[in-house]
Design a protein around this ligand. Structure first.
Ligand SMILES: Nc1nc2c(ncn2[C@@H]2O[C@H](COP(=O)(O)OP(=O)(O)OP(=O)(O)O)[C@@H](O)[C@H]2O)c(=O)[nH]1
Ligand SMILES: [Mg+2]
Length: 366
């Protein structure tokens, strides 16, 4: 064998040995990576000997599901804005830091600049006069908000002259929740054993009357509707005569959503109101429905509608899930219009009477 052949065999041998070594190292690495790539192992603890109390859990869930909503369960988003104000319980003086905390919470809750300033001044004045009380800054703020909101408002009125039918007229811009609120109220009246009739005076879209009719079917009450484009005043007129002839004491009248700054639409609304107030009808409530999530724009809506049709109260909808419920305070302070009802969801039961104590407690209570 020549030296060349020997060297060739040695070279082949080296290559084979090196290749085998590389494969072994790779295999080793793969093994060490594998456990990390695998999904975590099931816990090895043995199953409990006693089965979990399934029935008890199911019962608790069922109770929660049917529990009537309240302001404190629905205002969690707005409440969280006041976390840092509530933490000022131990402070009885109001310096720059405390003012900042209060102001920020009020503005983020959408009470508006002028209402926030007024509230802040009153709380600072209480501190300066040493009338803060043991509950500190949040206590003073609570008292100030309650003062601003005033006492709870009366339930919606059905008080009419002899042989008249009470009318609750619902007005507001598009999509605020007028029709849904009527459905909820009709359900509440029916649950109390009261008869109501719904008037679909939103003739702008056929779907609007369909929506109201669907609520009437759910509630089991009468509805009067007309074709798309019909005169909404005529619908109200027919509804009143139908109610009078059937001995139904209350008509809930839906109207088409309209912009508060469109003069012709506001004129149409005035006409609907005049018809509703003519015998056998008698308007006992004009409820302006406002969407809480629109914040300060609600104030200008309230001003225009109030000037046009004499609003008797506000229904503030969609307060669930928004932190902007502070507009309640602005509406009350700037327009003197009471918030009567609050919408806290889309279900029939998601309408609660507005109670100032509950509202303030939901924001600032312990
Ligand atoms: N989350 C929540 N949604 C609501 C509430 N009230 C109404 N909605 C929803 O808001 C949407 C509009 O409600 P509608 O009752 O149709 O409003 P509308 O004012 O009659 O609207 P137009 O007739 O178009 O002017 C619907 O999807 C409702 O389910 C509420 O309190 N909370
Ligand atoms: Mg509607």
């Amino acid at each position: 064998m020549s030296a060349v052949v020997v060297w060739l065999l040695i070279a082949i041998g080296v290559i084979v040995v090196a290749g085998a070594a590389t494969m072994l190292v790779r295999a080793g690495r793969a093994r060490s990576i594998e456990p990390r790539q695998r999904p975590p192992l099931e816990p090895s603890t043995p199953p409990p000997l006693v089965a979990p109390p399934l029935e008890v859990e199911a019962a608790a869930v069922a109770v929660e599901a049917v529990a009537a909503p309240t302001l404190s369960t629905q205002l969690t988003a707005a409440r969280s804005l006041f976390d840092r104000v509530r933490a000022l319980r131990g402070r009885s003086s109001v310096g720059a830091a405390e003012r900042d905390e209060i102001e920020e919470a009020l503005l983020r809750a959408d009470v508006g600049t002028s209402t926030a300033t007024a509230v802040l001044e009153a709380v600072s004045a209480a501190a300066a006069a040493m009338t803060m009380g043991p509950d500190g800054v949040p206590g003073a703020l609570r008292r100030e908000l309650l003062e601003l909101l005033g006492p709870p408002t009366a339930p919606l009125s059905t008080k009419v002259d002899a042989d008249r039918v009470a009318v609750w007229l619902f007005v507001g811009v598009n999509g605020v929740g007028k029709t849904t609120t009527i459905g909820k109220l009709a359900a509440a009246e029916a649950a109390k054993g009261n008869k109501v009739l719904l008037a679909a005076a939103d003739t702008f879209r056929a779907a609007a009357a369909d929506q109201l009719q669907a609520w009437a079917a759910r509630v089991g009450c009468d509805v009067v509707r007309a074709d798309e484009g019909a005169d909404p005043g005529a619908v109200v007129h027919d509804a009143l005569h139908r109610a009078a002839s059937r001995g139904i004491p209350l008509v809930l009248a839906d109207t088409a959503g309209r912009l508060h700054n469109k003069a012709n639409l506001i004129e149409e609304l005035k006409k609907i109101r005049r018809v509703a107030d003519r015998a056998p009808g008698q308007v006992t409530e004009v409820l302006l429905v406002l969407d809480a999530t629109t914040g300060q724009n609600a104030i200008s809506q309230a001003r225009e509608f109030s000037d046009a049709v004499g609003v008797t109260g506000i229904v503030l909808t969609k307060l669930d899930g928004t932190a902007r419920g502070g507009v309640v305070l602005a509406v009350q302070r700037e327009l003197g219009l009471p918030v009567r009802l609050v919408g806290v969801g889309e279900r029939a039961e998601d309408l609660v009477a507005f109670d100032p104590e509950d509202f303030v407690e939901a924001l600032l209570g312990d």
